[in-house]
Structures are given as structure tokens and as C-alpha cells.
Design a protein around this ligand. Structure first.
Ligand SMILES: NC(=O)C1=CN([C@@H]2O[C@H](COP(=O)(O)OP(=O)(O)OC[C@H]3O[C@@H](n4cnc5c(N)ncnc54)[C@H](OP(=O)(O)O)[C@@H]3O)[C@@H](O)[C@H]2O)C=CC1
Ligand SMILES: CC(C)(CO)C(=O)C(=O)O
Length: 309
């Protein structure tokens, strides 16, 4: 199978390098500046699971003619979705599968609208990874998992083929028969984790220790879960309890990628994650006061960032 990865950033660079390391036919669709950097340094990954150095990763920029691909992994940030969809469009054929690894859920509707529901799989990833100042991927904790499946559930023939394609890769790339639930639950987890760590400007350890840290984290999770339930999202009844346990088990220095991006002065996915849920909450009459504090904090960051430019 021919695999195209949109973006060679923290997530796409990591999983793409792992696939290439395993000998899969992987091409990265990147922008000009990233292509120059990757041509100069190669694609380097520093990882707790072993480093990788791809000296000459296969690279294209949008518009180059290569024909279509069997599967396209999307690993852009949500605020680059429109551009990313335009960039991949020439490489999408009749049977191409589009597998998004973005956090959140709102991108699914945009992808369905642009490419048709049939082509778009559900997907997500659990990984803590970032780019350093040289553009190398730095992956720092044990989990390095990507999950995919048919949005409508079950395991189809094409999902089976994709699973075989990804087999033998030194990362956990697995299927889910209920990817909708997995995506909503990951959305709940990341909305809470990115919300509380950016609001407190801290990794999870000090938040857990501070006087109201756990209470506020739970409140945030419960607010988002109540919106999701009102929407009819398929989340487990005890999901908040389960995710609080996961929160307790994270390493002391664990941070959401959104906080790492803020620390670097980069754009954040506030509208895509917290903003989307607040919009739904307001439409459905669900009170989400703490979620609004979190979102407002991100909006203040965005305003200050724009003023500093
Ligand atoms: N980092 C993490 O630990 C995790 C992130 N996620 C989620 O994964 C998604 C990706 O995050 P992450 O990898 O951190 O983000 P990064 O910013 O590190 O990477 C995104 C990449 O997409 C590229 N890109 C954007 N638009 C285009 C385009 N039109 N053509 C080609 N390349 C493009 C960017 O290229 P350029 O360099 O040119 O800007 C960039 O390299 C987000 O939704 C995030 O929330 C999920 C789990 C963990
Ligand atoms: C919580 C985590 C690290 C899990 O993959 C994540 O999705 C993020 O920080 O963006």
C-alpha cells in the first residue's frame, strides 16, 4: 500500500518515521520550508523507544504529480485543515482511505463534506511528542499508539488490509471496532487535559498536588461530558471516573501538546477543542462555566500573541 502523510510534524513525523523504519512505502506531503529542513538534516526522531534517522525521506510538496495513494494520514493542526484538504485533494483516488489523527471531532464533518463519508476513516493517537528547535521529533513517554477504524463501526476488508500494512511497525498501530466512541472519549480527555494544563500553566504533577487541582479537573471533565451526552455522543457512563484515574497515572511532568505549543508561542486549537463544545453547550442550554474560563484564557493568549506579532 502507498501511504501519504500530510505533515511531518510531531505526530506525522513520528508515525511516518516508524512506518518508514519498518520498510513501508511512505511519502510525506510537506510545505517548502519543512522540505528544505528535511533535505538538509533528514528526518530525525529521538524517542524513548529508540531513535530513527531517515537520511532521505520521500517528500513531495502540494501540486507535484505522483498519482493517488491508498491511504492518506492527516497529521496537521485543526487550524490548517482547509489548506491541508486542498493539498491532499489531487492524491485522493476512488478507493483512497483518509485517516485523520487530529485531536477533536469537528474535523470529521469537514472531511466528509470535502471527500465523501465513505473515504474518511475514524482515527486518533495517544502520544507525547514535539519538534525541537532543529525540527527533530522528540517523543518522550511510553505510549505511542495510533488507532483507526470505520466510523460506522465493525471491521471491514479495507481496515483489515490497512492493519496488515501497518503490521511490524515499532509503534502500536491498532484497529478499533468502535472508533466513534474512542474519538469522543479521547476528545473529552484532551479537552480536559489541555484545558487544565493551559489554565494552570503547569504539567499535571503540580496541578494534582494543589489544593483544588483535582476538583477543578473533574469539574472540567464533567462539564464537557455533559455537553457530549446532550449531543448524543457515545461516551461511557463512568468515563469521567475512568479518565480521572488516567489523569492520576500520568507522569509528574506530563503536559498536553497544547501547553507545549503555548510555551513555544505557537497557535493553539482552542476553537476546535474547547470552542466547538462551548458552541454546542450554548445551543443546547448546558452550563459550562469552567470550560468558558479555560477557553477565555486561550483567547487571551491568542490576542496577546497576535498583538506581539
Ligand atoms: N503532539 C502531540 O503530542 C499530539 C498531537 N495530537 C494532535 O495531532 C495533530 C497534529 O499535531 P502535531 O503533530 O503536534 O502538530 P505539528 O504542528 O507538530 O505538526 C503539524 C504539521 O502539519 C503540517 N502542515 C499543516 N498544513 C499543511 C499543508 N497544507 N501541507 C503540508 N503540511 C502541512 C505543518 O507543516 P509546517 O511545518 O509547514 O507548518 C506541521 O509540520 C493535532 O490535532 C494535535 O492536537 C494528538 C496527540 C498527541
Ligand atoms: C494527551 C495527549 C498527549 C495524548 O496523546 C495528547 O493528545 C496531546 O497532548 O495532544
Amino acid at each position: 500500500m502507498k501511504v501519504l502523510i500530510l505533515g511531518a510534524g510531531a505526530v506525522g513525523g513520528y508515525f511516518g518515521a516508524r512506518l518508514a523504519e519498518a520498510g513501508k512505502d511512505v511519502t510525506f506531503l510537506v510545505r517548502e520550508r519543512r522540505r528544505e529542513q528535511l533535505r538538509e538534516r533528514g528526518l530525525r526522531v529521538q524517542s524513548v523507544h529508540g531513535d530513527i534517522h531517515l537520511q532521505e525521506p520521500q517528500l513531495i510538496v502540494a501540486g507535484e504529480e505522483t498519482g493517488t495513494y491508498d491511504v492518506i494520514l492527516l497529521s496537521n493542526k485543526a487550524y490548517h485543515l482547509s489548506d491541508s484538504m486542498e493539498s491532499i485533494a489531487p492524491y485522493v483516488g476512488e478507493n483512497t482511505m483518509i485517516l485523520p489523527l487530529l485531536n477533536g471531532i469537528a474535523h470529521m464533518e469537514q472531511l466528509w463534506e470535502r471527500f465523501g463519508r465513505e473515504r474518511v476513516l475514524g482515527g486518533l493517537c495517544f502520544i507525547e511528542t514535539t519538534l525541537n528547535s532543529d525540527g527533530d521529533v522528540v517523543q518522550t513517554s511510553q505510549t505511542h499508539e495510533a488507532v483507526f477504524g470505520e466510523w460506522s463501526g465493525g471491521e471491514s476488508e479495507r481496515i483489515h488490509l490497512l492493519k496488515e500494512t501497518f503490521a511490524g511497525t515499532k509503534a502500536t498501530i491498532r484497529t478499533s471496532a468502535d472508533i466513534q466512541r474512542d474519538m469522543w472519549q479521547k476528545y473529552l480527555f484532551i479537552t480536559t487535559l489541555s484545558g487544565i494544563t493551559t489554565l494552570m500553566n503547569s504539567a499535571v504533577g503540580p496541578i494534582r498536588e494543589a489544593v483544588y487541582g483535582l476538583e477543578l479537573t473533574r469539574q472540567l471533565s464533567e462539564e464537557s461530558a455533559s455537553v457530549m451526552r446532550k449531543i448524543g455522543a457515545p461516551i461511557d457512563t463512568d468515563i469521567v471516573d475512568k479518565q480521572m484515574k488516567i489523569f492520576m497515572n500520568q507522569g509528574y511532568g506530563m503536559k498536553a501538546s497544547m501547553l507545549r505549543d503555548m510555551e513555544k508561542g505557537l497557535e493553539v486549537e482552542a476553537d476546535h477543542l474547547q470552542g466547538y463544545l462551548i458552541q454546542k453547550a450554548d445551543q443546547l442550554g448546558v452550563a459550562v462555566p469552567l470550560l468558558k474560563v479555560v477557553y477565555n484564557n486561550l483567547k487571551v493568549y491568542e490576542l496577546k500573541r497576535a498583538a506581539d506579532k
